[in-house]
Design a protein around this ligand. Structure first.
Ligand code: FAD
Length: 461
């Protein structure tokens, strides 16, 4: 086995505790592929079990696999930076569009808040299924990341895992099995299989360990992709991603992400509409959203228009508290990351999937899978994601209060007025933190305080 110092900060050596051990990552979405990439490029033996191919499915040959992941693919600038900082400059083939601003549309008001918050949208899975038929080089974030992991030395097995047996054998190995009946022994299972409740339910736990891994609680969100003919595209839509706050009583958060390279599809462009509900999102919620006057002002889509694709995938609304399972000795035998574990509730799912993958791989590279050191990872994830379980609901109530009252809505608009200098900047940054889920919500008051302090104390002597 090859284990060498590629990154001085990771400092793995031939005596490293992972030498001779194997790691199985189930799921090659952003969390699994990025974790595999980080481990493999440092010489760790890692296998990714992902039943999708990194290549676009060959529909003409009758492949039926649903290639989409049902995600809007909206990435904040710091997410692309995290990838770039780790040697992964996003390929232009993955990028679906780039916008300079994020515009917030509040209910019952004409004025939009326009934040200088650039973002990127990427193809997820191979969605939208029908887009760019004439452009065969379009790649997806998931496929591209998986390929990077494979190039770095990770082994991809294109199989569906259907069983996980965490009873250790005499050498401390556990066993996962695929849907064809093949079994694979491993020292550590990293669960990066998203919201796959069925797989979680197959886990066989050792009798000696009463601890059980938990699934995140989820609700159905909604996502649709539409093609917009050229004559209906406004300049606003080319420059900005739109976030509608409380557009309907059931929907607290709806986004319109402009998609596609207009120059490549001169007859029009695509947009994604993603809706997050107070409960499960249903088809009628799209009708209500498209009927909203402010939405119509930006973009008129007849509610009878057939979307290019539509689905209602699960979105985490409560992070699990148990996401690490210790083994018999001083080691960990399974860890769940990304959507299979704790994540940023309702927001920035790809960003948190990559963040948890990065932190886990750093700990493994430094210390191996010892229970003692996995505590460092556990504390980070609890601090960053699990604690937000309580705070997010409070923030949602507070936003409802602000959005539902004329006085508070006006106050927010006033505070973001550029003439107010620092105050406007701090208010805009706070709104951006709430909308994009850049960091934990409990940190927002601390960040505001630090920003005020930095602005009032000025540069030192
Ligand atoms: C409607 C909607 C819109 C969203 N929009 C955004 C957005 O705009 N921006 C954003 O940052 N996030 C968004 N998200 C969240 C984002 O999609 C997820 O947080 C992110 O995909 C999580 O990555 P992951 O790798 O943990 O899981 P996934 O992306 O779910 O990847 C899991 C992988 O595991 C594989 N897998 C599962 N089971 C098995 C098995 N048994 N065997 C083998 N392989 C298996 C799957 O094929 C898949 O590739 C959205 C979510 C929803 C529901």
């Amino acid at each position: 086995m090859r284990l060498e110092v590629v990154h001085p900060e990771n400092n793995v050596s031939p005596e490293h505790p992972l030498v001779g051990k194997s790691i199985a990552i189930i799921g090659g979405g952003p969390a699994g592929a990025f974790c595999a990439y980080e481990l493999a490029r440092n010489g760790v033996e890692v296998r990714i079990f992902e039943d999708r191919s990194p290549k676009r499915p060959d529909f003409s040959a009758g492949e039926k696999r649903i290639p989409c992941t049902g995600c809007a693919g909206w990435l904040q600038a710091d997410v692309t930076k995290l990838l770039a900082d780790n040697g992964l400059e996003m390929s232009p083939e993955v990028v679906q569009s780039k916008t300079t601003f994020t515009s917030i549309v509040m209910p019952k008001t004409e004025a939009n808040l326009r934040l200088n918050a650039p973002s990127t949208t990427v193809f997820r899975g191979f969605s939208p299924i029908h887009q760019f038929e004439g452009h065969p080089h379009v790649a997806s974030l998931d496929g591209w990341l998986l390929e990077k992991a494979i190039d770095a030395g990770a082994k991809h097995l294109q199989v569906e895992i259907s069983s996980i047996d965490l009873n250790e054998d005499s050498q401390g190995k556990v066993c996962i099995g695929d849907s064809t009946g093949l079994k694979y022994k491993t020292d550590l299972v990293i669960g990066a299989f998203g919201h796959n409740r069925r797989l979680m339910n197959t886990i066989q736990y050792p009798d000696s360990n009463p601890m059980r891994l938990e699934m995140p609680e989820s609700q159905r969100a909604g996502v649709r992709e539409y093609f917009i003919p050229k004559e209906f595209i406004s300049r606003d839509l080319l420059e900005s991603t739109f976030v509608f706050a409380n557009p309907t009583p059931r929907i607290p958060f709806g986004t319109i992400c402009p998609k596609g390279k207009f120059d490549q599809e001169p007859s029009g462009m695509y947009i994604t509409i993603a809706l997050m509900g107070r409960g499960d999102v249903a088809p009628d919620d799209f009708k209500d959203f498209l009927d909203n006057e402010q939405v119509k002002r930006l973009l008129h889509i007849d509610t009878q228009t057939k979307p290019r694709c539509a689905c209602f995938p699960p979105l985490t609304v409560q992070s699990p508290r148990q996401f690490i399972l210790p083994g018999r000795k001083d080691n960990v035998i399974m860890v769940n990351i990304g959507d299979a574990g704790p994540t940023r509730l309702r927001k920035n799912g790809i960003g948190s999937a990559l963040d948890s993958a990065k932190h886990l791989s750093d700990i493994l590279l430094r210390y191996g899978n010892s229970s003692e050191h996995m505590e460092i990872y556990k504390r980070y994830i609890e601090r960053t994601y699990v604690r937000d379980n309580h705070v997010v609901n409070f923030v949602m109530h507070l936003s409802d209060f602000i959005l539902n009252h004329d006085f508070t809505r006006r106050a927010v608009i006033c505070l973001t007025d550029h003439n107010l200098g620092v105050v406007s900047q701090i208010t805009q940054n706070t709104i951006e933190r709430i909308l994009t889920g850049k960091g934990p919500y409990w940190r927002i008051p601390i960040d505001v305080f630090l920003e005020i302090f930095a602005n009032t104390s000025g540069p030192g002597e």
